[in-house]
Each structure stands twice: as C-alpha cells, then as structure tokens.
Ligand binder design. Sequence first.
Ligand code: HEM
Length: 505
Amino acid sequence: MSPVFGLGVSDLWSWVLLLGLIYVMVKVYNLYLTWRELDKALRPFEGPKRHWLYGNAHEFLEERSDLDIMVRHAEQYPYSYPIWLGNFFAGLAVCHPEYAKAVLSRQDPKDAFSHYFITPWIGKGLLVLSGEKWFRHRRMLTPGFRYDVLTPYVTLMSDCVTIMLDKWERLIPDENPVELFHHVSLMTLDTIMKCAFSSHSSCQLDSESPYIKAVYELSRLVDHRFYFIPYHNDLIFHLSPHGYRFRKALKTAHEHTDKVIKERKQSLKNEMELEKIQKKRHLDFLDILLCAKDENGQGLCDEDLRAEVDTFMFEGHDTTASGISWTLYCLAKYPDYQEKCREEIRDVLGERTTVEWEDLSKLPFTTMCIKESMRLYPPVPEIARELKEPITFCDGRSLPKGINIFLSIYAINRCSSIWDDPEVFDPLRFSPENSFKRNSHAFLPFSAGGRNCIGQNFAMNEMKVAVALTLQRFELRPDPKREPKIVSQLVLRSLNGIYINLKKL
Ligand code: HEM
C-alpha cells in the first residue's frame, strides 16, 4: 500500500481515530459544562421531577396538551419552575405576574429557538430584532399605529367582516355548524392586506391568489415544523416534502413583497412626505415604512423593508384570527352574555350594518367579553426571552445571564392564586373597578413593557368590529359534538377546528 505524506495507511487511520476521539471528548465535556451550568443556575427553583435522560420532555409527549401541564405546574409552583428538555436544554417557566414584570421590564432578546423557524420568512423584522436595531425600527414604525392612521381602517375592517358574514349566510343552509378559524383567518388576512398595503385582493372569495396561498402555506408549515421534532433539523426539513413546499411558498411570498414595495416606491417617487400623501388618500402601513426616517435622516434598506412587511403579514393575521374565533366560541357557549353584547351593539349601531371609529368606544361590555375570552384563550399563549444580564426576582432568587425564560401567558391567566374560579367565563373581571384591583401584569395578552405588541390597538379594533357585526347578524350556539382541543401552535388554535352553529337573525 502506498504511504500518504510519508504515513502508512494504518498510521493515518490511527490519527483519524485519535482526532475523532478528541473531538468527541471535547463535545462531551462541553455538554457536561452546559449541564453543570444549567443545573447550578436552576437549582434554587423547585420544579417537577425530571427523568435522568429526557428531563421533562416525556411529560409533553405523554399528555394531551402541554398547556394543561403548564397550568398544573403553575398551581404547584406558583412563581416559576425549571423545564428540562433532555439534559442540555432547559429554562425557567414563569407563571406569576411579579416574575413576568421583572422579565418584561428589561430588554432581553427573544430566545434563539422560538423564532428560528419563522425567520426565513419574516426576516429580521421588529418581532425578532434586538438591541439598537430593534429600538431604531420600533421608533420608525410607531407612527404607523397613530390614531389618525388607524381611524380609516375601521371601515375597511367592516367591509372585510361583511364579506365573511355574507359567505356564512350562503353557507349555512348546507353547512352548519361552521368551522370558524379557517374563515376568520382569511378575513383577517384580507383585512391586513387592505389596511397595511391598500391591496384589494378579494382573498376571501378567491383563495386561489398565489400570494395568499403562499402566506397560508407558510403559516401552516411553520407550525408543523415546530411540532414535528425531526424537522427541527435543518437538513431533514430541507430534504423533506414539507421543506420543498416551504421553499416554494417562500419564493412566492418574497417575490410578491418585493414587487409590492417596488411598485409603491415607484408611485411615491416624488412624494415621500406623509402629510402630502395623507391629503390625497388615507395612509397605509407601507407608506409609513417607506417614508420612515431615523434621527440621522436614514430610511430602511430594502431588506429591512421586506422583513417589516412580512412581519406584519405574519403577526397581523393569525393572532387576530385566533382572538376573534375564540371570542365567538365563548359567546356561543354563554348565550346570556351573547345577548347582553347584542343589546349593546344594537343600541350603538341601530339599523347600520357597518361599524365606525366612534362606535368602538361605546361597546364596553363587548370589550369586556373579548378580554375575558383572551384571558381563557390568549392568542399568543407564551413568549420567551434569553437573559442577556443576570436577573433578580421579587423573592430574592436570581438567575445568571444566558438562561432561557418561558413566560406562560396561558398559565398566568388560568392560575387560581391569581384569578378566582379561573375556569369560569366571567366578563365582569374586566369591569373598570375589578381591573383596577388586579396586578398590572396578571393579564398580558399583548405582553407588556418596551416590547409589547405594537399592533394591539389595531387588533382590538378589528376584534370589536368582527364581534359586533357577527352578533348583529347571527345567533351563535355551540356544537356539543365537537369541543375544541386547544393547542399552542405559535398562536392558540384548536386541533379539531372551532365549530359553532349559526342562525340568521
Ligand atoms: C389579538 C391579536 C394580537 C395579539 C394577542 C398579539 C400579541 C403579541 C404579543 C404577546 C407580542 C409580544 C411577543 C414577544 O414578546 O415575543 C406581540 C408582538 C408584536 N406584535 Fe402583536 N398581537 C396581536 C396582533 C398584532 C397585529 C394586528 C399586529 C400588526 C398589525 C401585530 C404586530 C406585532 C409586532 C410587530 C410585534 C413585535 C413588537 C416588538 O417586539 O417591538 N400584532 N404581539
């Protein structure tokens, strides 16, 4: 056999084996260090027993819903408890308002894991950015949610809801109960397209538009990847049929966004001042993005523009679809509250079949029902952070930097130490007197602090419009045969859909 660089083949193999062994030993040692650091950091926090190999991961595989597990643990460990997925990935689950306050009053970045699967689609937009760049973008985009920008959206929201209700009216002689989530999410997609980009896509009637199909496909595939553990591996996902579909949808979505931005840039060529545009027509989110300048007069580059547009498409439709669908479900289950809302809505709208900006503040009971639904069914059930500095909580316990925090909005909302009879749907919890008595961080559907939801007023308006027009036209009744199975898939959904019976009034 011929020698290689003066070494015999057997010598070469010995070297390869030795290097391989050293590599494995370094890896094992690093894993040991990771485990030791995590174990030391999380030791002060009592929590559920963990398996020597899986940690707490097997609990989530064995039980029906990880959300139920979170609530059960939150009852037993009322502030927080460690969660171990295997031996080398762990974090602190937070389930108390005071702990949430400590976390949300800081500027820690989002954890690397939870947004990893969406980033190929939404890029580095507001949702995933951190530090200086996040601050710059947030300042530039905040004017997009000013009162005068949001006001004309209410009519557009009304139009989109009306299209959905007309569709339901045609549907119900043959198809009752109706699965809400699908219809509502097409409606919220239509709304965000109209409000944010002045795009009149008619996607509710013609879901064949390649862009709408791509957005829908991307939302579903991101969820699927999140829950199908082998797809967490980039290579396996890339080679899978789902990975192929994801890349195809991604290409369609990005090409569309690039085209929309290019066309708008072209049409705004000579008029990059918001006041001038506003004199001619109502502003949309794309105008705000294109005209936004930081304190140095710098606008957003093309890549950042696309990331923000895609972030709004993602954040702005599935979340509100979840909020509206669960609220209608709750009102179907509680006919007395449904009727009380309907009376309030009739008093405000009379014979009108559209909602206007001025109406929105005249629906206090309906708003309380929406909030109570978001308590029981928070559209964003959990958020996560990675500590960039050590943190000390109200009870003196602390964590070093680098530890992941999983803040369970769902568990806080259903904990008996925070809410009396937490499983009971009681809108009066949100009466002004009762809201005042509560801890400021007990109800966090839109998170809190500097990184709260920038779209929360938009979302509340859309939910009020949808609930008002639906109750004006239909009576809602639950479908006892199909109780929804709650699942957290980026937003709160139901595994078997959300079905209700509709009766035209
Ligand atoms: C019911 C509807 C909605 C709910 C419950 C909701 C909830 C949330 C929550 C909990 C966060 C914090 C996420 C985190 O810290 O990881 C967030 C952030 C965000 N939301 Fe919403 N959201 C809703 C609707 C919307 C809408 C309609 C838009 C846009 C039009 C929007 C845009 C955003 C953006 C851009 C962020 C990131 C903000 C930042 O980090 O500065 N959301 N939302």
